[in-house]
Design a protein around this ligand. Structure first.
Ligand code: ADP
Ligand code: MG
Length: 489
């Protein structure tokens, strides 16, 4: 039996739980704790009574700095480090009771705020300093408007019972609260169901959220550990999308699934031409050639494998961070099988499915069979804000890191070597070093290898070098105000 201790829960959090006789995690807790404790964004779905409160409560408390920690003095004193939003007063009080329990030994101050109660005690408490605030949306906004609640140091935000907040009409308030917290926070969203509005909320405010469901036993093993994204995409734009994806913040090995051998070959060639070490893997290749490719993929010399289902059977490679379905898989079994290829020790994998207009119906069948929340995939281009945001692609990234060969046939003939089997690597520096780093003082440092003001970069030469690439991308500069990382540490 796994215990909370086994999952990395702090002894000072285990102790009060043990005093209540709670030592073994429930399913949703076991599935979420190890990832949430690392600061990953999370969408948790499980029915009432399944233990969702501790599933978010433990990470929130453990990742807060306690007065017992030496770096507590570095904090902006008394400003909330974490915010938990619940739809009703009763739920806020219940959550608060559990958070208080597990905060006891850590010495964290927990405050509950809700409407229908006097302002004075809540304001007094805020003024004397609190670490974790639990509350209902309306009162939280009130207090923020009165400038007694400062959310600018919140490193963890929980939206509990999100679907109920939607039903009660609180979504605008919730969005407002979200925007008052730093963009670099960890966001945890829990909901019993996933209506479209909640999916949209998650899509706009969460970063690579991992979807975890602890409910239906049938597909249970498929979904954990994989963050899924489904986009309605256009065939001509897909290579550009993948080219950009290959420069996202945190990628490792990538497997792209193609429908046919020819498609696998074509996509691999296109990616290689764009400068990425890509190789096809399909049934027309000799066994020896396939083994060579697999070895290079394992060694990291080939970074992108473009495979057909048949050829990919039995691929067992660790370190696959992303699976891309270049086209919609034929059925839910294939889908589940493909996305099961991601996931790295302790880290979540990402599965991206590109659905052609003509495949929408097919996708909806899969979505329904697996009870996933992506019934209406958003129309998406390589330049779409939400795509860049979901994938963690720095603004201004192009899907090509090498000039197109057809444009400059006379250019050095050595270029022939580049690509297909990845011997020659003319890579732009990766942006993988850009990550959120949180000093334990609750401050957030946005580390970035990329120029800070990427938005103003005129990107010289883009028109010339990309004759064959799709055209839609001008909309990129919609400068979607909210998503620029703030360097306000
Ligand atoms: P949910 O939010 O999913 O509706 P709660 O978090 O309110 O569920 O948990 C329901 C009840 O189960 C609470 O009384 C809680 O204290 C208890 N509980 C939670 N986790 C455990 C556990 N691991 N072992 C025993 N009891 C637990
Ligand atoms: Mg609950």
């Amino acid at each position: 039996m796994t215990t909370f201790k086994d999952l990395g829960v702090h002894p000072e959090i285990c102790a009060p739980l043990e005093r209540k006789g709670i030592t073994t995690p429930f399913a949703i807790q076991e599935m979420t704790l190890s990832v949430a404790l690392q600061g990953t964004d999370l969408i948790g779905q499980a029915r009432t009574g399944s233990g969702k409160t501790l599933a978010f409560g433990i990470p929130v408390v453990q990742r807060s700095v306690s007065p017992k920690d030496s770096d507590y003095v570095d904090l902006p004193q008394g400003k909330p480090q974490a915010l938990i939003v619940a739809p009703t007063r009763e739920l806020a009080m219940q959550v608060s009771a559990e958070i208080s329990l597990i905060s006891e030994d850590r010495g964290l101050r927990v405050l509950t705020v809700y409407g229908g109660a006097g302002y004075e005690p809540q304001i007094d408490a805020l003024e004397s300093g609190v670490d974790i605030v639990v509350g209902t949306p309306g009162r939280l906004i009130d207090l923020a408007n009165r400038k007694v609640l400062d959310l600018s140091h919140v490193h963890a935000l929980v939206l509990d019972e999100a679907d109920e907040m939607l039903d009660l009409g609180f979504l605008p308030d919730v969005e407002k609260l979200v925007t008052l917290t730093p963009e670099t926070r960890q966001t945890l969203l829990f909901s019993a169901t996933m209506p479209g509005a909640i999916v949209a909320l998650a899509r706009s405010y969460m970063r690579h959220p991992m979807n975890i469901r602890a409910e239906s036993s049938t597909e249970r093993e498929t979904v954990p550990a994989t963050a899924q994204f489904v986009y309605q995409a256009h065939d001509l734009d897909k290579p550009e999308m993948i080219g950009r994806l290959l420069q996202c913040e945190d990628h490792d090995k990538v497997v792209v699934f193609a429908r046919t051998k020819r498609q696998a070959q074509r996509v691999a060639d296109d990616l290689a031409d764009r400068g990425f070490p890509a190789s096809p893997l399909h049934g027309d290749m000799q066994q020896a050639a396939r083994e060579r490719v697999m070895q290079k993929f394992r060694d990291g010399k080939v970074e992108v494998l473009v495979a057909t289902d048949v050829a990919a059977r039995g691929i067992d490679v660790t370190g696959v961070s992303h699976v891309v379905n270049y086209t919609t898989p034929d059925d839910e079994k294939t889908y589940v099988h493909r996305i099961g290829r991601t996931g790295r020790a302790g880290a979540s994998g990402v599965a991206v499915t590109l659905v052609d207009w003509a495949d929408l119906h097919k996708w909806k069948m899969i979505n329904k069979a697996l009870d996933l929340p992506f019934d209406e995939p958003l129309e998406t281009y390589s330049s779409s804000e939400h795509f860049l945001h979901d994938m963690g692609i720095p603004k201004g990234t192009k899907g090509r890191i090498k000039k197109a060969t057809p444009d400059r046939p006379k250019d050095n003939p050595k270029d022939k070597d580049a690509g297909a089997d990845g011997e020659k690597r003319e890579r732009a520096p990766r942006n993988r070093n850009r990550q959120r780093t949180r000093s334990r003082g609750g401050q957030v440092v946005e580390k970035s290898g990329a120029p800070a003001a990427a938005g103003s970069n005129p990107e010289p030469g883009e028109a010339k070098s990309e004759g064959t690439a799709p055209r839609r991308r001008r909309r990129r500069r919609s400068s979607g105000g909210s998503s620029a990382p703030k360097a306000d540490a």
